[in-house]
Design a protein around this ligand. Structure first.
Ligand SMILES: NC(=O)c1ccc[n+]([C@@H]2O[C@H](COP(=O)([O-])OP(=O)(O)OC[C@H]3O[C@@H](n4cnc5c(N)ncnc54)[C@H](O)[C@@H]3O)[C@@H](O)[C@H]2O)c1
Ligand SMILES: [Zn+2]
Ligand SMILES: [Zn+2]
Length: 377
């Protein structure tokens, strides 16, 4: 089959690789109809991780079940499904607690597994014609038959639940004011989720015009950090008080306020300054324990200068980590089916698999029109 294979920094190719097959009676094989490119793929793409050549990318996968293992009980051939990016078992301590992003079974020696991702276990990605799904009864979310809502449902694999998770970590409640840093797909989904959860005002910070415009379209207040200190802009619009809650949807590749060069702790420190005393921070933006591309020696070891003293003084609480997609995807699917959520407003391009190399290049440069790309094998 054809698949998007990582070669070396800034280079992926569409190559022929072996077809996946049932390896365990609990597996299914899914014929992929949609697989999205994610900001998380860019960390590997840009050589900022230990990813080795040969890795098949793609953790945001949906499709039609092609083959069913003998022990699978709830799924059948021909069914339309979307898979959480987390590979999880469903029965370990963390899965039982709903923390499927930290499954203890699927990736020995590490809490958490994913498709097509460095250090996340032996699971090739789905930017390919077919995907093997382990513990399939647990890892497939059934969808209505047909082709309706393809792009909305595809976003249930990662960014819609991840944005929602950012709000859950920040404990966003009805009436809250919320600052979301980042208007990439995750930031836009966090802003959208905050509004779904009843936030009174959502400020969405970025500097890319297309992304800020999308924030405005859904009813958030765009804040352009290249036009002035974003913390001050938000304080000015909240009577100097700051917001109740905050979400970091940027992560360790945060740009300095000047927009030139990275300053990995910028968003964490901005959030500490933006959120009012006793507020809460959700941090789905990715931070890594080592980063060869970081601008200083400490940051290369994953250690950042965060104003913990100020955080203590303000009594802020924070939650981090991979989203537990399984915990929210059924409910978010039902909002889509009921017509009460349409996350596909973030999708800017749908392309055949062959155009992945070009799409990666353009998405990496955050070019207009490449905010969220879905590949169709
Ligand atoms: N926790 C999870 O489960 C999970 C899942 C998916 C993605 N992620 C992570 O979420 C983050 C965002 O993902 P994405 O796909 O939206 O990525 P993205 O790279 O498309 O978006 C990041 C956005 O942040 C903006 N930005 C950069 N510096 C900024 C600053 N100082 N202030 C405000 N905005 C700034 C960029 O212009 C960009 O639009 C990444 O770190 C990704 O790895 C985490
Ligand atoms: Zn993703
Ligand atoms: Zn588990």
């Amino acid at each position: 089959m054809r698949a998007v294979v990582y070669q070396e920094p800034y280079n992926v190719a569409v190559e022929s690789v072996e077809d996946p097959r049932i390896e365990h009676p609990n597996d299914v094989i899914v014929r992929i109809t949609s697989s999205a490119i994610c900001g998380s793929d860019l960390h590997m793409y840009a050589g900022r991780t230990d990813a080795k050549g040969g890795l098949v990318f793609g953790h945001e996968n949906m499709g039609i079940i092609e083959e069913v293992g003998s022990a699978v009980t709830s799924l059948r051939k021909g069914q339309r499904v979307v898979m959480p990016f987390n590979v999880a078992c469903g029965f370990c301590k963390n899965c039982l607690d709903g923390k499927t992003g930290f499954c203890l079974t699927v990736n020995p020696g590490f809490a958490g597994g994913a498709y097509g991702y460095v250090a996340m276990g032996p699971y090739p990605g789905g930017q390919a014609e077919y995907l093997r799904v382990p513990y399939a009864d647990f890892n497939c979310l059934p969808l209505p038959e047909g082709t309706e809502h393809e792009a909305d449902f595809a976003l249930l694999a990662d960014i819609f639940p991840t944005g929602y998770h950012g709000c859950e970590l920040a404990d966003v409640r009805p009436g809250d004011t919320v600052a979301v840093y980042g208007a990439g797909p995750v930031g836009l989904m966090a802003s959208y989720s905050a509004l779904i959860r009843g936030a009174s005002k959502v400020f969405t910070v970025d500097k890319v015009p297309e992304r800020l415009n999308k924030a405005r379209e859904i009813g958030a207040i765009p804040i352009d950090f290249s036009a002035g200190n974003p913390v001050q802009q938000i304080l000015d619009q909240t009577n100097g008080e700051g917001t109740d809650k905050g979400v970091d949807a940027v992560g360790y590749q945060a740009l300095a306020h000047s927009g030139e060069g990275e300053e990995p702790a910028t968003v964490l420190n901005d959030l500490i300054d933006t959120v009012r005393p006793t507020g809460a921070l959700g941090i789905p933006g990715l931070y890594v324990p080592s980063d060869p591309g970081a601008p200083n020696e400490q940051a290369r070891k994953g250690q950042l200068l965060v104003s913990i003293g100020r955080m203590f003084e303000k009594g802020l609480r924070a939650g981090t980590g991979q989203a537990n997609v399984k915990r929210y995807n059924r409910q978010l699917r039902d909002l889509i089916i009921a017509g009460r959520a349409k996350p596909s407003f973030v999708v800017t391009k749908e392309l055949p698999l062959d155009q992945a190399p070009d799409a990666y290049q353009k998405f990496d440069k955050r070019l207009e029109g490449y905010t969220k790309v879905i590949l169709h094998p």
